[in-house]
Design a protein around this ligand. Structure first.
Ligand code: ZN
Length: 171
């Protein structure tokens, strides 16, 4: 089992973080607790269905988000949208582990659109906590369309530098 002190150590020693992450040690209890906390901030006056999402980034950061609804139903934002925005705002990186919870603090599945968001920023190996247990992203979104598909076309971005990870200064 993971010691409670793991995250405290991880935030102070980045090399340790990277080593630990390579060993695939994920503190799921802590990650879910973060998702539950951010869920409390959800703006959901129309559905009454709060969602919190949290993920570990490959540099050890934890990013999170809650759903934000809108009077114009179609433009409501899933929790994953805010989470990915925080990821990019904080310097980007790859998602390693993800969990989302509902208002009962139960693990829920990401919606179809958000599976695409997660695939873009975590790839096939992203670990996703599902109600049935931990699955990889290529199980959650089989045959997903991603940066690798774009690289199949001459002149498009390469797999190594997907658009989301490129330096956009000067554009
Ligand atoms: Zn969604």
């Amino acid at each position: 089992m993971i010691e409670k002190s793991w995250w405290t150590c991880a935030t102070t020693t980045s090399l340790f973080v990277q080593k630990e992450i390579k060993m695939q040690i994920i503190d799921w209890d802590n990650l879910k607790a973060v998702a539950c906390e951010v869920m409390e901030h959800a703006y959901m006056p129309y559905s009454g269905y709060p969602v919190g999402a949290a993920a570990i980034v490959d540099d050890g950061r934890i990013v999170s988000g809650c759903n934000v609804e809108n009077a114009a139903t179609g433009v409501g934002l899933c929790a994953e949208c805010g989470m990915v925005s925080e990821l990019i705002k904080g310097g980007g990186g790859r998602l390693l582990a993800f969990v989302a919870v509902n208002g009962n603090r139960e693990v829920i599945v990401p919606c179809g659109r958000c599976r695409q968001l997660l695939f873009e920023h975590g790839g096939k190996t992203l670990k996703v906590m599902m109600p049935v247990g931990v699955m990889t992203m290529d199980q959650v979104l089989p045959f997903g369309f991603g940066p690798a598909d774009l690289s199949e076309v001459e002149g498009a971005v390469s797999v190594e530098t997907p658009y989301a990870l490129q330096d956009h200064e000067g554009e």
